[in-house]
Every structure is written in C-alpha cells, then in structure tokens.
Ligand binder design. Structure first.
Ligand SMILES: [Zn+2]
Length: 240
C-alpha cells in the first residue's frame, strides 16, 4: 500500500512536472508565432518597435493575471506605458510607482494617465478582512485607509458584494487623487494641459471597461488648495 502510494505520488509529480514543462515550452512557441504574425503584416515591425516609444497612455493597474493592460485597451506594444501592483495603488513613498509616473509625465509626456481597478480584486477583498495578513498589512492598509475615508457611504451599503464593488471604485478614485497630488502632473498640466487622469474599473464578468468619469480639472483645483506643487522649480521652470 505504501509502495502504491509512493508510486501514485511520484506519477503525480511526473505528471505535474510534465504539464508545467509543456506550458513553459508553449510560451516560446506562442512567442515565435506572434513574431511571425507581426512580421507577416509588416516586415519592419520590430525594427520600428526597437527605435523608440511614444505612448500616449500611462496605465496603472492591478497585478491580477486576468487584467492585461494592452489587451483590454486594444493597444499595441509601444502604445501604453504600464505599471501594475496589488490593488493598483499609488503610494507616495513607493519609489517604483512614483518613478514610473515621473518618467511617463516628464519624459514620455503621456497625454492620459489611467488607474484601472477591477471587480473580483483579491487585494481589495483581503483589505476587507479583519485579519492579520503579515507582510501584506502595510500595503493593504492603503486600501483600508480608503475604506476609512469613505466609511459612511460604505457602511450604509448593506449588501456585502455591492459594498466591496463600491470599495473597488473608491480605491481607484483615491489613487487618481494621489496621482493628481504629484508635482510632475501639476506642473505638466499647467504648461501643456496634459496629462488628464482617469479612473476605470475592468469588469471581469463581461470584459468591459467602466469609466468612473472623474472630473480631473475640478479635482485638481480642489487638491491644489492643499497640495499645490505647481509653482516649484522643475524642468519646466515657473509657469504663469
Ligand atoms: Zn486586483
């Protein structure tokens, strides 16, 4: 019996390993097929792609594997600059996201910045749980902070699923505000009238993007009552 179990286990391991290897190999097959499909349409495709990038969009989304930026926006490589993390957060002490925003605005001069959340977000769900989640605590606390900021509205929603979906939306809204607080965005907007910051939610159940229609100009004006960084020294100098 023990021998049989061992055999079964070892077969399972073999099968798992084999299945994993097959998937791994398929990635390279897929890659070669993708290269062929691009070069069949345009033989200079990769020569052009390698030259430079001039994306109009910066997309900040969740790391969730079901929400691929280019694909859901129908954009090609080179058309969207992407940053993803758990819960699509813009934390002002996170050097990673702040560097991405700074580079996208000041160097790439993107016209639009999108924060895209999604329903069925594990990060947002985890932040609604009353539990010590270890290393995730400080990261998810940013989402709990969003809940606290909007607790009257959220506690007034009795249906838990609806409350959770609303938190997904409010989290996107607050991350948009965090982007609008940055000097790079304020100074570029003063000078160029871009980038515009947008909040979206991707609905996994139907594949559609929902525009939360954040009023960028009104939000900027409101934010600048406290977080006005538009007149500091910058690569643009003093504007107005
Ligand atoms: Zn997510």
């Amino acid at each position: 019996m023990i021998t049989f179990l061992r055999l079964l286990t070892s077969k399972n391991i073999l099968y798992t390993t084999f299945a994993f290897m097959t998937t791994y190999e398929e990635v390279f097959e897929n890659n070669r097929a993708w290269v062929a499909s691009k070069t069949n349409k345009d033989k200079d495709y990769f020569e052009k792609l390698a030259r430079d990038q001039k994306p109009d969009f910066l997309y900040i989304g969740c790391s969730d594997s079901r929400a691929p930026a280019n694909e859901i926006m129908g954009l090609e490589p080179g058309e969207v600059f992407v940053h993803r993390n758990v819960g699509n957060l813009v934390v002002n002490t996170d050097l990673n996201v702040m560097s991405v925003i700074n580079y996208a605005v000041r160097n790439l001069q993107v016209k639009h910045i999108v924060v895209c959340g999604h329903y069925n977000c594990g990060g947002v769900k985890a932040a609604m749980v009353s539990e010590d989640l270890g290393i995730l605590n400080p990261w998810l606390r940013n989402i709990r902070d969003v809940f606290r900021l909007h607790k009257e509205e959220l506690f007034s929603i009795t249906d838990e699923e609806k409350r959770y979906k609303r938190l997904v939306e409010l989290n996107v809204q607050e991350q948009c505000i965090n982007i609008i607080k940055t000097a790079a965005v304020q100074q570029s907007y003063n000078k160029n009238k871009f980038p515009i910051v947008h909040g979206w939610v991707f609905d996994l159940s139907c594949g559609l993007l929902k525009d939360l229609e954040i009023d960028f100009v009104a939000t900027l004006k409101d934010i600048q009552k406290i977080y006005n960084l538009s007149n500091g020294s910058s690569m643009y100098g003093n504007e107005e």
